[in-house]
Design a protein around this ligand. Structure first.
Ligand code: PHB
Length: 392
């Protein structure tokens, strides 16, 4: 079966001979996990990406051909697929990438080949820090960006002793690391820290026992995908939530998994750049359109895909047609979308966006929903060693 799926958009302008003469065929390499622990995330990002092309592509005069590749959550697989997309398929632009490990592995290939990459998830701090590249524009988040604000937030809640736990790979280490640094700077103490084998841990029991006896007032966690579902459920069934409230990076109780977590997720407080309950007009429109397309509420992964597609379409609308002009235009992305005001930071090519602290509460009909407790101001990451160049 062919991996090639064509998404033709902007047919509406076909009546204009001028527009037809300018029409471009943009080949997009969509690199996402379609199998493994992050498979559901990949599917959600693709749905958001296609919705974004449909929504914003009208009037662009371009058609977008998508070449899909499965990276799993595996750096070597992601690297091999990137080489194929860049060298064999000769894509004009790449989008996607869920795992920080995969982003680290493919960074030099896209930078060396000068292929623009719109990151639609992976938060790898280095990709917009010391290993930044003008060819890498991130429309999702950085690992430190979503966790740093929670350091002071917890101390402000009177919590000064925390046990941390997370998946043992780049994203887990960076997310927990950024939280711990900010928490200690605000006067908090990390009384215990565990990293669990990534994609291999089914039983969190032994780790939860350590948290219980650590003397902490709360636990701070990073998990995503299937691991987030089992961690939150086991945390609840261990009866830990009352004595040791659970905090974390907001992926932990993502809209994508909260139905599977059910009541076990209620009460958990986390921070993230998007939840479907954000109150603004662009989000209301997005939520409605996504529900029609996918049959469920959008998660942060859906918005990453949607906003990545919008950034691409806006680059094309500004006149970009090939790797170089697309790369240059992507660096200038800025729009108000479902998350609020978003813009690419010219110093790092990372997105600047508000961060929302939210709690999972009981919603209508037995479902769980996100109550936004606080909107923290948009914060650009420190440049972290990035020396950004403009493509032109
Ligand atoms: C990452 O590896 O950067 C990553 C994966 C899944 C998430 C967040 C970050 O939900």
């Amino acid at each position: 079966m062919s991996n090639f799926v064509k998404a033709a958009v902007a047919a509406v302008i076909a009546s204009s001979a001028v527009a037809q003469a300018q029409a471009e065929d943009i080949k997009v390499g969509l690199l996402l996990p379609f199998s493994g622990v992050y498979a559901a995330l990949g599917e959600e990002i693709e749905t958001g990406f296609r919705l974004g092309l449909d929504t914003f592509g009208e009037g662009s005069g371009a058609s977008f051909e998508i070449v899909r590749e499965d990276s799993e959550a595996s750096p070597p697989v992601g690297l091999a697929k990137t080489r194929k997309l860049v060298m064999q398929d000769k894509v004009d632009v790449m989008a996607g990438v869920v795992s920080s490990g995969v982003l680290g592995a493919i960074r030099d290939v896209v930078d060396g080949a000068k292929v623009p990459l719109i990151v639609a998830n992976a938060g790898n701090d280095e990709a917009t820090g010391e290993a930044c590249s003008p060819w890498i524009t991130r429309m999702s988040f950085s690992n430190q960006q979503v966790n740093r604000p929670m350091g002071k937030y917890l101390v402000d809640q009177g919590i000064t002793k925390v046990f941390t736990i997370g998946a043992d790979y780049a994203a887990g280490q960076q997310m927990i690391g950024a939280f711990a640094e900010a928490f200690k700077a605000a006067g908090g103490e990390i009384v215990g820290q565990e990293f669990t084998p990534f994609q291999k841990t089914q039983d969190f029991g032994p780790f939860l026992a350590k948290a219980k006896s650590s003397g902490a007032q709360a636990v701070y966690a990073f998990y995503a995908g299937g691991e987030a579902i089992s961690f939150v459920k086991q945390y609840d069934s261990f009866g830990m939530k009352d004595a040791l409230p659970l905090y974390g990076a907001g992926f932990l109780t993502s809209q994508l998994y909260v139905d599977a977590q059910g009541r076990a997720a209620e009460g958990v407080v986390t921070a993230l750049h998007y939840v479907p309950t954000i109150d603004n007009e662009a989000n209301r429109q997005f939520v409605e359109a996504f529900k029609v397309k996918a049959g469920h509420l959008p998660s942060e992964y859906a918005v990453h895909g949607y906003d990545a597609a919008r950034a691409l379409v806006e680059a094309v609308k500004s006149g970009a047609t090939d790797r170089e002009t697309l790369g240059a235009a992507l660096q200038k992305t800025s729009f108000d979308g479902p998350r609020g005001a978003t813009a690419i930071d010219p110093a790092t090519n990372n997105i600047v966006q508000p961060i929302y602290v939210y709690q999972i509460v009981a919603g209508e009909g037995g479902a769980q929903t996100q109550k936004v407790l606080s909107q923290l101001p948009a914060e650009a990451d420190p440049v972290n060693g990035c020396e950004m160049a403009l493509i032109n």
